[in-house]
Design a protein. Sequence first.
Length: 976
Amino acid sequence: MLNFVVFLSFLLSFPIHGSAEVYPDPFRYCSNATFSPNSTYLSNLQILSSTLSSNASHNFYHNSSVGRQKSPNSTAVYGDFQCRGDINATACRQCVATATANSTQSYCPRSVEAVIWLDECLLRYSNESFFSIVAERPMLILINNNAIEEDESGFDRIVGSALNHTVANASSVEGALKFATKEANFKDAIVYTLAQCTGDLSTSNCGKCLRGALRNYPGCCSGKKGGRVLSPSCMIRYELYPFYGGVSPSNAISTPPASAPASAPALPPPPESSPDSNPPTSEPPPPPTASVPAPPPPLSSSPPAPAPSTASPPLLSGNGRATVGMVMGIVVAGFLLWSSSSSSPAAAQPSISCSSDNGNYTANSTYRANLHHILSSLPTDNRLDEGFLNTSYGQSPDRVNTIALCRGDLSPELCRSCISDSVLDLPEQCPNQKEAVIWYPNCMFRYSDRRIVGVLRDTPAFWMWNIQDAVDLQGFSLVVQGLLSELAKEAASGDSKLKFAAGNVSTLNEDYLNVYGMMQCTPDISQAQCLDCLQVVAGVVQTWCPGKIGARIIRPNCFLRYEIVSFFTSTAVSRVSQSPPPPTPPSPPSLSPNTTTNAAGNESESLKTVIIIVVPMVVVLVFMALIVSIFMFLRARKQRVNGIASLELDDTADLETLVFDISTIRTATDNFSEANTIGQGGFGAVYKGSLVNGQDIAVKRLSQNSMQGQSEFKNEVLLVAKLQHRNLVRLLGFCLHEHERLLVFEFVKNSSLDKFIFDPLRSQDLDWNARYKIIGGVARGLVYLHEDSQIKIVHRDLKPANILLDAEMNPKISDFGMARLFLPDQTRGDTSRIVGTQGYMAPEYAMYGKFSNKLDVFSFGVLVLEIVSGQKNSSFHPEDNIHDLISYAWKNWRAGTALNVVDPILRSGSVGEMKKCIHIGLLCAQEDSADRPTMDTVLLMLNSDTITLPILSPPADFMSRSLTSDMSGSHVIAME
């Protein structure tokens, strides 16, 4: 039995419907838990639906419950609706009536819990009370895939500021209608923004929900012309057209092409079987890659979902993470699966798309009769033995055109069986649509009333990837790219009967020795069309699935799939296979045409003798090489496990995949050559290196005489390995060998921030826009550490030397040797070991050991002032009560001369942003930790031009009363 973990967030470009009376099939989440058709729960749900619908005439929000709530077998149902704050009562009533009328009939039949998002309202119900509780999952993210063509950073700043304004206004409303809008100018366009919470939330919970939604903007929507983030408790949205106030033009910028994605059915299927029905497995098994799901659900007791309809969005279930979007011009839909078991279900379910673009047919129509004729005769057609069949029947406009395609490695028997299933299932799932397509793992069947033979179609397309990453992302991606490139060429060069290629390439990675790939086109298209189709889907893999250990993409005319385990028959392997062949004996010498018969006989005897001698020798050598290879592999693995054990780490199984062997690192760094040294710290030296695949790395080498390095090394391995954020440096692995302790990080090109802002020459490379970008990036990294990561972390040593800059000057927080875990419900604590750098430590921590995430906030404040001023906090001498940069900034702030703090080299830039950063820096450096904002509040301040910042009180002035050391490096101060 496969168990799936659901991640309910996905991306989509979608049509906007201009009429309030037209309600397209909505986005919705339906739980797998179900109720029986004649149950008390259904009766209570129907009563609840009626209650909610009747209250929509005079309320924008209403909640209610029906049934016994405290009985052991409770049948209570809880529900609410929320209408968008800009619509009128009539539109609200119509939207809620539509949602309640269809919720149990077609949207989520028999689901115990559901969230239904229509454009103008939301409906939610459950068997558990959720009133006044913030629910940020499932989350739906919708984006316009059209990007801003110029000044993306300026656009993001305008959108961020406007959204922050609407979030602040909506969350400050005390009543039930927590709703706000705002317009902002960007060049010749106007940005329209909206934010809203459900009416049951308090102002603080509303703010929490909206800020959580807003944090998704940089990752999903940066530079995009429109986007929405929807959750059960709140929503934010922005567009470049007026979408509220009853206006939703049909020619809106966010509107994609008319052909919307076909519905992605309800539940993810199991991994696809190979032709012999034995799915590939490995030890340990990788999470399976599976095709986009379709009803009926294979892994739950849920009833079959309704038949897909044109332009209907995906139905989310508790089994998968759905992704729908426009990729390289392809409308696509996909589901990501996570498996916790190696067992495989019995059969894979198909992916289905139904289209009414050309209209529907009726029960007694000529089109239905023609379709029935083809469906009844096709399974017995002998042409299916060739694996491909196209046929037509009838006269226009009722002519039915069909294509049937089997996988190129399938036997005729399996092909016929698969097509037989397809012609039975497709009309049931698409009962009256004139155009439909079904993909089983082993075949595809398609019919339409328009010409499809020889016509290349991009949509609908379904795509899927395995959620597991390869250890070496870049190297693995290059291997996959090379394999797919060769397979595409070979498949396209096929004839009019078969355009198919399958093969594998060997890798140097012991975790996956081979990568297996398959590509195929319908043979009715030309070589150029096939190559174009396959190259496009291969490009989607590189764009959306880089480094994933498995993926598949299917389109009407072509498909691809790759895995790290074999999934096709050995006879299907093409000439692109690059697995190293076994050694072969030397070729026998050729016979001269003048050789006599006797000589030929002697030569033959000699040849036999050579073969008798050479072949056993080759076999022995191959066997010995195999034994040696196994021995070396086991010894290396033992060294890795023993090395991990020597650190007394708990996550040995997970960390083993991060281990580098010492020879790899020595080769990469030229045996720790002095010429490759790029840094030196209390931990030890840092070296630049290059792996055999061309990837640049940074190797941090623990100094053997460092007393504190061992604990810091362990800390970084445990913490950084679990962190993934674009503003944090990425740990690639580590090495433990005898006395060597090595950390391997991604190489960040531009070194650390202190090398720029404190250098008179290099500081000129950082104009104000670059510095403001760095400040925002560091803030996002800290928000991730404090709020968004699975483990909450306080860095404790934030300073310019620990901020690395990549090629685009994006900041990455590094050096987690002194970081410490912080429980989500913990507000503060004490520590007997004070670590950090003088000038960046908060006073309550440096003097009393008081520990909280406000330590990093204080350090961030100092960092901001240093970035703005270009001066070190410790570069001041005591005079006129100025002990440090904080005192200097405070003195000028009070005197109204804040711009004196700004680095003189900054000749241009936003004066308002500079003053705001000085204000935020001083606010973060307040002496009382309670007066310092949290980092998510800081990020909100940075992204908004309208929020009023709190009044400042005197900042911390503890340096003159303590810690007089002039040490600038990180150090430990023992508490008395």
